[in-house]
Ligand binder design. Structure first.
Ligand code: HEC
Length: 139
């Protein structure tokens, strides 16, 4: 039996697109527009950034690494490297980050029950300060 070329395309193209979507992992997770616009009510003072750093080490470092740059599967046992949160913080608004951290997805837990939003805002201030430092706009 010979397979007609157009038919073969129908089989190959979806597989190709599927494998690309695997590469794009992490970028398809988008906060709803209303959540994205929420502004951080806590000023990014040195005190807030310090608090955020300490909270980050408690809540997040085990999966995202002490320096928030992501951990390899060999360390976490997950299928994928956890996201580099310095890069995520450069790409996302404070509202996006709050929504993702409170919602969770897959191995990323939801930090909503028992975690006051103020703790998350301090963590976001810490992550954003690292992102800005990296971009050279934060002294
Ligand atoms: C048990 C492991 C684990 C813990 C603890 C954890 N994360 Fe995650 N996090 C993940 C994984 C895995 C993903 C990728 C989820 C996905 O895209 O499916 C993720 C994704 C994220 C994202 C989305 C990144 C992006 O660019 O889309 C943010 C932001 C984030 N985590 C922040 C945090 C913060 C802040 C904490 C601590 C309050 C935390 N995470 C704790 C495992 C964890």
């Amino acid at each position: 039996m010979t397979i007609k070329k157009p038919l073969l395309l129908f089989a190959v193209v979806p597989i190709f697109i599927y494998s690309l979507s695997g590469l794009a992992w992490g970028h398809e997770w988008i906060a709803p527009p209303a959540a994205s616009k929420i502004e951080n009510p806590i000023a990014a003072t040195t005190e807030s950034i310090k608090t955020g750093y300490a909270l980050f080490q408690d809540y997040c470092a085990s999966c995202h690494g002490k320096s928030s740059q992501g951990l390899a599967p060999s360390v976490t046992g997950f299928e994928i490297t956890t996201p580099n949160l310095i890069i995520s913080s450069q790409r996302h608004t404070d509202g996006d980050l709050l929504w993702k951290i409170q919602t969770g997805r897959g191995k990323m837990p939801s930090f909503q029950n028992g975690v006051p939003p103020s703790d998350i805002w301090h963590i976001i201030n810490y992550l954003k300060s690292r992102a800005q430092k990296k971009a050279g706009t934060f002294k």
